[in-house]
Design a protein. Structure first.
Length: 147
């Protein structure tokens, strides 16, 4: 059995699908069959796990999504340093943010785009813009914007 620490996770073991390619003065060289497929399965298992994600697991999913800490933070409405603190295990990620990370990953592997499109759009909103005054009127039956 091979302890696959190259994933950045401490709890991944391969029973097969790897070959010790060569022994050298620097140690063993391991060749993994279909490493992309392996990472996809690891990500699916993490995203569907019925427990909170660890910091290393959040980092794994972020890297698989090819997102920087800054970009993921912008999606989630948090600072880059906050994502880093989650990944280092200094503080747990809020459940709502964790659910978005899981949903983004599952959507990515199924090659759909609705959630990512929505999150992209929300991340682009300028939270510093002035709130518009909403002038509403009741028409006798329902509410609507005032003329």
């Amino acid at each position: 059995m091979y302890h696959y620490t190259e994933s950045g996770l401490d709890n991944v073991y391969l029973t097969n699908g790897y070959v010790i390619a060569q022994h050298s003065e620097y140690g063993e060289t391991i060749a993994i069959e279909d490493a992309d497929g392996l990472h996809k399965v690891i990500g699916q298992l993490l995203a569907n796990a019925r427990r909170p994600l660890t910091g290393r697991e959040i980092r794994f999913l972020r890297i698989e999504l090819n997102l920087s800490q800054k970009k993921l933070g912008s999606y989630l409405g948090v600072e880059e340093q906050t994502v880093g603190r989650w990944e280092r295990g200094e503080v747990p990620a809020p459940r709502s943010n964790e659910l978005i990370i899981r949903a983004l990953y599952l959507e990515w592997i199924h090659e759909r785009g609705a959630i990512k499109t929505l999150v992209d759009r929300l991340a682009e909103l300028d939270t510093r813009s002035n709130m518009l005054d909403l002038q509403l009127e009741h028409s006798g039956h329902d509410w609507r914007m005032a003329a």
